[in-house]
Design a binder for this molecule. Sequence first.
Ligand SMILES: NC(=O)c1ccc[n+]([C@@H]2O[C@H](COP(=O)([O-])OP(=O)(O)OC[C@H]3O[C@@H](n4cnc5c(N)ncnc54)[C@H](O)[C@@H]3O)[C@@H](O)[C@H]2O)c1
Length: 254
Amino acid sequence: MFQLTGKTAIVTGGGSGIGKAISLLFAKQGAHVHIVDLNKEGAQPVADEIIAAGGHAKVHGCDVSNQEQVLNVFNEIGRVDILVNNAGIAHVGNVETTTTADFDRIYSVNVKGAYNALFASIPLMKKQGAGVIVNMASIGSSVGITDRFAYSMSKGAIVGITLSVARDYLHSNIRCNCISPARVHTPFVDGFISKNYPGKEDEMFEKLSKSQPIGRMAQPAEVASLALYLCSDEASFVTGNDYPLDGGFIKLNN
Ligand SMILES: NC(=O)c1ccc[n+]([C@@H]2O[C@H](COP(=O)([O-])OP(=O)(O)OC[C@H]3O[C@@H](n4cnc5c(N)ncnc54)[C@H](O)[C@@H]3O)[C@@H](O)[C@H]2O)c1
């Protein structure tokens, strides 16, 4: 079960954290993984690890917010059986402390980046007669998270995008779902803790761990397992849904 043998998978932001775990797992299951990441040098060790284990991987340096770059890279790859729209950036702030520049930056990467990758992929998937998409949303799309105004906006948009694409391509044999993780322990989390809470890193890490009723953050590999299921042929009846992966955050936090 859950084999991706010979499938071409594009993972945006595949050089770190959740995207890295997805790239490693999909390659292990037989996919030819194309890591599309702004940080080409940072992503190369992930491809090297896959190749060393006998798998197939290639890194493409690309800013997902730039449609021309995305089209060039995707058309060069030429095929996409699986698209994982995972590249994303964080921002801490409420509506008053979010500047236009902050808002535009989050929108460009988290929303427009996903649109650009879909814009490039859907024609290829239609030509192939099939495709599957997983978008990375967040629990911030369905619960109010303190001080995450722009970020929550972007992840709410991802859920809307997911439903729209799932609906429009139902009859093109293209499935589209999204995953909404609570806190996952990745460089993304370490980065915003050290940027926003200097000197209080341990305290914040503890607080963020405890905000999941299960008592800890998720591991990237746990998100990758759900992404694998959703992208596998075993999930052939699954489309148009948002899957929380949240240690009880949404329904058990009382
Ligand atoms: N870590 C969490 O707690 C958490 C929770 C919910 C959702 N998410 C979402 O999961 C996704 C991955 O998060 P992560 O924690 O693994 O992050 P991460 O920072 O560890 O990795 C993100 C990757 O995206 C790449 N990237 C950033 N901007 C890019 C751009 N413009 N073009 C191409 N690549 C770009 C980075 O270089 C990096 O390799 C994000 O969309 C994030 O919003 C994360």
